[in-house]
Design a protein around this ligand. Structure first.
Ligand code: SF4
Ligand code: FES
Length: 239
């Protein structure tokens, strides 16, 4: 095979027609900078219009195109073929999420967990006339955790989620942490109901799979540890 081509092996399953899944192989002409998402588009447009996959922004912003690529959860639009350092790419849906078709999974359980931690600013006082002010130092505390794009790569990679579908999972706990360190937020007690529970932050086994796969380089384990410390302080009445 010429160097300018590579093989894309794509997981296929159509619940209306198939009883089991299979992998279809496609030869894709490689061009400089080509991403896995672009290779999937090539297959869709040139080889098989029935292929199903999700995408929206094509720029690592919307979180729609997370999938399992050569053994790791990644964003298809962020993964350049050349960086896989392999002659072929095997693409599967995110593991442990219910399958809808081909590379498309059901995200409802993930979104429900995110909703449980109330991922928005909660305030109990009358809002200021213009805007909530925050010092640069206060804002800096959010830097490492504001970038989550809800892609579920970490959720799908977490062995605790695999064994316990009720566990909130790393992304929801990162979101709870993100608001717990926000100087404008007053929803700490409300969120504790979800996070300080059997299925919440004490369930994390610090496996670090989440940290390895996050396309935004968020350190979920560190965030969960921070949330644990603040929760203990609350329990002891220090905060
Ligand atoms: S924490 Fe990272 S891996 Fe998890 S949902 Fe957010 S962006 Fe995706
Ligand atoms: S298409 Fe939006 S993150 Fe990949």
């Amino acid at each position: 095979m010429p160097e300018s081509q590579f093989t894309l092996k794509v997981f296929r399953f159509d619940p209306d027609m198939d009883t089991t899944h299979r992998y279809d192989s496609f030869t894709v002409p490689l061009r400089e900078g080509m991403t896995v998402l672009e290779a999937l588009f090539y297959v869709l447009e040139e080889k098989d219009p029935s292929l199903a996959f999700r995408y929206a922004c094509r720029g690592a912003v919307c979180g729609s195109c997370a999938m399992h690529i050569n053994g790791s959860n990644r964003l298809a639009c962020q993964t350049q073929i050349v960086n896989l350092k392999a002659t072929e790419a095997q693409v599967s849906p995110l593991p442990y999420l219910p399958l809808i078709k081909d590379l498309v999974v059901e995200m409802a359980s993930f979104y429900q967990k995110m909703d449980e931690v109330q991922p928005y600013l909660i305030t109990h006082k009358t809002p200021p006339e213009k805007e909530y002010l925050q010092s640069p130092r206060e804002r800096k505390k959010l830097d490492s955790v504001t970038d989550c794009i809800w892609c579920a790569a970490c959720y799908s990679a977490c062995p605790v989620v695999w064994g316990d579908p009720e566990y909130l999972g790393p992304a929801a706990l990162v979101k709870a942490h993100r608001f717990s360190v926000d100087s404008r937020d007053q929803g700490g007690m409300e969120r504790l109901k979800a996070t300080d529970s059997e299925e919440g932050l004490w369930r994390c086994h610090t496996v670090f799979n989440c940290v390895e796969v996050c396309p935004k380089e968020i350190n979920q384990t560190e965030a969960i540890e921070g949330l644990r410390r603040r929760t203990l302080k609350r329990r002891l009445g220090w905060k």
